[in-house]
Design a protein around this ligand. Structure first.
Ligand code: NCD
Length: 334
């Protein structure tokens, strides 16, 4: 495992992650990727510890990925689903968290539709003086750190499978395309890609970019040291790109009609093989899932192993979540 010191007790956001922490996650995940390629894919690292998955919002891949990651580390897992829980009887979120604490939970993995819920639970655990770690598995439109870390790992292992590290992305051109306004994945990715020294280009219709960003759009301007560029057209973002990440249109979070039609959106911002001609010849495409086939990405491109990293993102997710659980869980002294 990685020798790097890891002092973080919770993983709530990537805003203050430093290079050594990114590299600790990447190197630890690489070791677990190796474990996952063995016949016996299990290690005793977190034996006796309890990992509770508290998902207050629907999820397929993130929840299952955390569950299998915890099981591969030999932790005991508790799964909670809001619809069948005592929350339907009026219990508050903090009381639900304290119930899991009383059952001996060591790590709480939390997803909630409101931004800030994982932070609030982490603060409460700290106030109580207990050694419980909180991992943000997606909070509202705020952040989704484990997704951004698995995206980073997927790209870095492609560039150097033996030694994935964040500096490999220095100078690479990455385009993030689509519903940036509603995307917690994009918010976490912005932190990690900027920290890596990549050149990040965001492309979206102005209605799907955060207000703070749109005022810069008229000049298609770089807003952070030649590293972050905004476009309301797709082509300049794709030109010579090394990686293209496309995002789901989050219809469930849209409160107004922000787009004329899905067909027009696909014509203007949907990623297709033809549009990839603008990129570097060996360009790769990512998507955090779930995908609206034929909207943000064409169905054939999504399934094309020459370009699509979508399945490897899901596979990488297990190793990266094992790394996060390991780094948080193994720091506890008993
Ligand atoms: C994302 C999420 O839930 O934030 N999906 C995921 O975790 N893999 C993105 C999305 O919902 O579009």
């Amino acid at each position: 495992m990685s020798n790097t010191t890891w002092n973080r007790h919770h993983v709530l956001s990537l805003a203050d992650f430093i290079t050594a922490e990114y590299d600790a996650v990447l190197q630890t995940a690489a070791s677990f990727q190796e474990v996952l390629s063995r016949r016996t894919k299990k290690v005793p690292t977190l034996q006796g510890q309890v990992v509770a998955n508290l998902f207050f919002e629907p999820s397929t891949r993130t929840r299952s990925s955390f569950e299998i990651a915890a099981k591969r580390l030999s932790a005991d897992t508790l799964n909670f689903a809001a619809a069948t829980s005592s929350m339907t009887k009026g219990e508050t979120i903090l009381d639900t968290a304290k119930t899991y604490l009383a059952m001996g939970t060591d790590i709480m993995v939390i997803r909630h539709r409101e931004a800030g819920v994982p932070n609030a639970i982490a603060q409460e655990m700290d106030r109580l003086g207990v050694k419980v770690s909180v991992l943000n598995a997606g909070d509202g439109q705020h952040e989704h750190p484990s997704q951004a870390l698995l995206d980073l790992f997927t790209i870095c292992t492609l560039l150097d499978p033996a030694q994935p590290r964040i500096e490999l992305l220095k100078g690479k051109k990455i385009a993030i395309v689509g519903d940036i306004l509603h995307s917690r994945v994009a918010r976490s990715n912005i932190w990690s890609f900027i920290a890596s020294g990549a050149q990040l280009h965001l492309a979206a219709p102005p209605t799907l970019l955060p207000k703070l960003f749109t005022e810069y759009l008229s000049e298609e301007k770089d807003i952070q040291n030649n590293q972050l560029f905004l476009h309301w057209q797709l082509e300049p973002a794709l030109q010579d790109a090394d990686f293209v990440m496309t995002l789901r249109l989050q219809k469930e979070r849209m409160t107004a009609h922000l787009l004329p039609s899905l067909r027009e959106y696909h014509q203007l911002f949907g990623i297709t093989r033809a549009k990839l001609q603008l990129c570097k010849p060996n360009v790769k495409v990512l998507h955090p899932g779930p995908v609206n086939r034929g909207v943000e990405i064409s169905s054939d491109l999504m399934d094309d192993p020459e370009f699509s990293l979508i399945q490897s993102q899901v596979t990488s997710g297990v190793a990266v979540r094992m790394a996060l659980l390991y780094l948080l869980g193994s720091g506890k002294s008993y």
